[in-house]
Design a protein around this ligand. Structure first.
Ligand code: G4P
Length: 549
């Protein structure tokens, strides 16, 4: 037994734990595809010394792959589907970057990852401003009151007026902005940024694409005299800063941590401009791992007992090993290899003998981990999304809700001899949350109905069934676009009697779900049966095993 029994931490051990928590910062990037998430991630990793080479994240050819884009389909399509965690040390801090899929069809995966994040970085393209996927993900951050840091990217290209970009965020998202730095010019005339607190100018120099350029910092007065910045551009930027100082909010850390005030940074990830100042200010202002609500009240990260929850499952991460990994966000205490913990849902004891840290395709066994970290556990079918693991008094963290699917299709297995593999694949992909599974209420129709947020999600399921489980399948679309869970269950449904223009199915927990062709039909039902309570989000289940195919 390790020293990790709940009450057994000595004072020095508790102090070490407090130190580790104080050093940790964890975040996820939310953005619309193409805003530059991959590029920014790569530049951040360069600062952490986690990669030596620009271009390594988007590995091409023979380059070393430290990428989170490891799935074959992903590579073929050049999109980022799955997400992993990248950890690096910088300036005395340990940073965990929870990578999220770029494609909107996988937003459900991003929702789950945001449940494990303490901070979010909202990345915008300066020319485009707020885009649909960013808005959608922002809503999830808002629900959880996650602190949001805004990085306005691509300042080296012509973009919209900075004040207009901030105004859009304030008006549309109701999020107050606090620019930490302010741009001097834009596009061809982008000359750098002024640090708001020190009034120092960080000069932008066009370096070779992707190269880490030397950073030059000088006081505003010297910048004007140096001839490196046109006086009119500098004067305008300084004037705008005065305006912001006069009219804007103060940098109130409490508001930042409540997700109401967003520190804003301007930069250009591709040219590596503004990334270092962003990282430094982020470490200063971001929320460190903090108490998290549970069935036993808020759990302090500096508690003697380890606890954490599963936010993501992934099968066959490495096709050579055919493994299944459960990603656990550590919430309290010190995690140690070989620890025996309690599994809240089943009440079983589990020895965690091979915890891993994953970095793209590379993995290493971890000896210990602290609140804010993410560990990968081998998952022989025991863990489900939302499960809590703990040591000491029982805790159970809030579950992670499933989001409302919008696309539905029968999944057919044309080859009966492959049924066993078909069943295994469907069950495992459901468990990891790659897709939701519904069933017909008519038990003679045994094929599963796939329910997804985006079309690509269905394609990935088919692709993975073929490549990982060896079964070819056929999809038959069902013409529905809206799903609603019946809050009162089967008895509530029976009470209203016959209903029209919708199909009743059951989910993997045998709960009734109604499928509608469109919102209009849904509205009609609500009018006819105002007492029938419906929910767009599947209620969180705990303590009940799902029905396998
Ligand atoms: P994503 O992960 O958010 O989808 O975006 P990604 O980093 O792949 O960037 C999308 C495109 O935007 C890439 O160009 C990238 O080089 C470019 N980009 C990212 N940051 C900046 C920036 O600060 N300034 C400018 N001008 N461009 C930027 P691409 O042509 O699609 O790909 P590639 O050929 O550069 O790899």
């Amino acid at each position: 037994m390790t020293s990790s029994t709940a009450s057994a931490l000595t004072t020095p051990e508790l102090e070490a734990l407090a130190g580790a928590v104080a050093r940790r910062r964890n975040f996820a990037i939310i953005s619309h595809p193409d805003a530059g998430k991959t590029t920014l991630t790569e530049k951040l990793l360069l600062y952490g010394g986690a990669i030596q080479q620009a271009g390594a994240v988007k590995a091409k050819g023979e380059q070393r792959k430290v990428t989170s884009d490891w799935m074959e389909l992903e590579k073929q399509r050049g999109i980022s589907i799955t997400s992993t965690v990248l950890q690096f040390d910088y300036s005395g801090s340990t940073i965990n970057l929870l990578d999220t899929p770029g494609h909107q069809d996988f937003s459900e995966d991003t929702y789950r990852t945001l449940a494990a994040a303490d901070n979010a970085v909202m990345l915008e393209d300066a020319a485009k401003g707020l885009e649909p996927q960013t808005r959608k993900l922002f809503e999830v951050c808002r629900m959880r009151r996650i602190p949001i840091f805004t990085f306005i990217n691509k300042m080296d290209r012509p973009g919209r007026e900075p004040l207009a970009l901030l105004d859009e965020i304030e008006q549309e998202l109701g999020l107050t902005c606090w620019p930490v730095n302010w741009p001097i010019g834009s596009g061809d005339r982008f000359r750098g940024v002024i640090d708001r607190r020190s009034r120092q100018v960080i000069l932008f120099e066009r370096a070779e694409r992707g190269r880490q350029s030397e950073e030059r910092i000088l006081p505003a007065s010297e910048a004007a005299a140096s001839g490196l910045v046109e006086p009119d551009l500098l004067a305008q930027a300084l004037e705008e800063l005065e305006l912001l100082d006069g009219a804007g909010a103060d940098l109130d850390l409490e508001l930042v941590h409540a997700g109401e005030l967003s520190p804003v940074f301007f930069g250009s990830a591709m040219t590596n401009f503004g990334v270092r100042p962003f990282l430094d200010a982020f470490l200063e202002l971001a929320q460190k791992p903090s108490p998290r609500p549970s069935s036993a009240g808020a759990i302090d990260p500096i508690a003697p007992g380890f606890s954490g929850f599963v936010f993501k499952l992934q099968a066959n991460m490495d096709p050579r090993h055919r493994d299944r990994v459960a990603f656990v966000r550590v919430c309290s205490g010190k995690f140690e290899k070989d620890m025996t913990v309690q599994h809240a849902r089943t009440g079983k004891s589990i020895r965690l003998s091979r915890p891993q840290k994953l970095f793209g395709q590379e993995r290493e066994v971890v000896e210990d981990a602290y609140p804010g970290d993410v560990i990968g556990l081998n998952n022989p079918g025991m863990f489900a999304i939302g499960d809590t693991l703990y040591l000491g008094p029982k805790v159970e963290y809030e579950g992670i809700p499933c989001f409302s699917p919008e696309i539905f299709a029968w999944l057919r297995n044309p080859n009966p001899s492959a049924f066993k593999s078909f069943r295994k694949g469907v069950n495992e992909l459901r468990e990891e949350g790659a897709v939701q599974i519904l069933y017909d209420t008519d038990e003679s129709k045994r094929d599963p109905i796939l329910a997804a947020v985006g079309q690509l999600q269905l394609e990935v399921v088919q692709y993975r069934l073929e490549h990982e489980y060896g079964v070819q399948t056929r999809l038959e679309p069902l013409g529905f676009s809206v799903a609603r869970w019946v809050v009162g269950g089967w008895s509530a449904l029976e009470r209203v009697g016959r209903i029209f223009n919708c199909k009743t199915v059951r989910d993997a927990w045998n709960r009734p779900v109604l499928l509608f062709k469109n919102d209009w039909n849904l509205g009609q039902l609500a009018e006819d049966h105002p007492d029938l309570e419906l929910s767009a989000v599947a209620p969180v289940v705990s303590g009940v095993e799902p029905i396998a195919l």
